[in-house]
Design a protein around this ligand. Structure first.
Ligand SMILES: [Cu+2]
Length: 389
């Protein structure tokens, strides 16, 4: 007996210690998931508020009915049990009972369906948007294009922070920050109190754009466009994830929406436009090896390391780049073609959407990193020449 209670005590202690460290390491993320969160995310749009109302209203109605029906049932069984000499009633086809049990549920269903339909229709009304943004799902990142409204013309890719990916690989998450696996390099930025229409589509497989605080979730399907909308009523950071199983890195394509005041948003747009103008690389520029290597390291970390690994060794069917013949080859065209067209039916995807400078940079980087000390320098002009070949 003693040993059992000892075992129980030590089990409880370990559980306590585990809960203790977990609570220490992980904290609520404002605008994102909370520790031990059970309810829906705190709503930040009218639609999300109404979804909350519908959810609780229906849950309460169902619970009341459940308790009522089962209470009557158990009471009747108990009260009219055989041992008390109860005799079963002997009636058939009571019109009153049948009318009552048809009409009452019908009224209840209508009472629930009316407000639900109202919200559903409002959700689908994507007209008169102040801003239209296209969200494109890629394996495994999001592309955002500002199509109309303030910020029109801006476009960027949003990827998971590579340090979070590395933390996940290592399995050591004791130092995980509250935005673990939700931190991205470029969040989607929108103004507060404006109607934002999000057009969703995808480049490879089906993804889904979901932000619980806004009450939106919309499939992103290759070759199709779907849309949804939100009007965030509070400045802040809100998080979501791809919500359609889309391959092995599905868990690593988070969504971060930054809602700014109108003034801050205008400033952000002006800053992005300036940056975009200065970033427009001249593909005719002739680079020095050191400069292009620095650029290539970044391009590799955000686009290639997920598959080929930071150490260039690949994994399983993903061929290594460290020591690969095509990487070491003095003919630059071979590797440039692999990047532009992909290889093995897209197992190695095409990277044609990267700029000429980014492709030249990452090719140069792979040719001079790990044990690949070729000293070869690939210029953007060589990529330009290979496009369309
Ligand atoms: Cu996805």
């Amino acid at each position: 007996m003693k040993s059992i209670s000892n075992k129980l005590a030590s089990l409880l202690l370990t559980a306590g210690a585990w809960a203790g460290t977990a609570a220490h390491a992980v904290q609520d993320l404002p605008g994102g998931p909370a520790v031990n969160q059970l309810n829906l995310a705190p709503p930040v749009t009218k639609i999300a508020q109404e979804q909350h109302f519908l959810h609780w209203m229906m849950l309460i109605i169902c619970t009341v009915i459940f308790i009522g029906v089962f209470a009557v049932m158990f009471y009747s069984i108990w009260k009219h049990r055989k041992s008390r000499g109860a005799k079963s009633a002997n009636f058939h086809e009571s019109v009153t009972v049948e009318v009552v049990w048809t009409v009452i549920p019908f009224i209840i269903v209508i009472l629930m369906a009316l407000p639900a339909t109202k919200v559903l229709v409002a959700q689908k009304d994507t007209t008169n948007a102040d801003l239209t943004i296209k969200a494109t799902g890629y394996q495994w990142k999001w592309g955002y294009d500002y199509i109309t409204g303030e910020g029109e013309g801006l476009a960027f890719i949003s990827t998971l922070d590579s340090s979070h990916r590395a933390m996940s690989d290592s399995g050591n998450v004791s130092q995980a920050p509250s935005n673990y696996l939700l931190k991205v390099d470029n969040p989607l930025v929108v103004p507060v109190n404006k109607k934002i229409r999000v057009i969703t589509t995808a480049n490879d497989v089906i993804h889904a754009f979901m932000v619980p605080a806004f009450g939106i979730k919309q499939d992103a399907i290759p070759g199709f466009v779907r849309d949804t909308w939100f009007r965030a009523e509070k400045v802040g950071d809100y998080y979501g994830q791809c919500a359609e199983l889309c391959g092995k890195e599905h868990a690593y394509m988070p969504i971060h929406v930054k809602v700014l005041s109108a003034g801050d948003y205008s400033e952000w747009v002006a800053e992005q436009k300036k940056k975009a103008a200065s970033k427009l690389d001249d593909p005719a520029k002739v680079w020095a090896l050191d400069d292009i290597l620095k650029r290539g390291e970044k391009v590799y970390a955000s686009n290639c390391a997920a598959c080929h690994q930071a150490n260039g060794k690949g994994a399983g069917p993903i061929k290594p780049l460290d020591g690969a013949a095509v990487v070491l080859d003095a003919d630059h065209a071979k590797q440039i073609q692999v990047l532009l067209k992909g290889q093995n039916n897209g197992a190695m995807p095409s990277w044609a959407q990267l700029s000429d400078t980014d492709i030249a940079a990452v090719v140069t980087y792979t040719k001079n990193n790990w044990s690949n000390k070729t000293g070869q320098l690939v210029q953007p002009a060589e990529v330009v020449a290979q496009r369309g070949k």
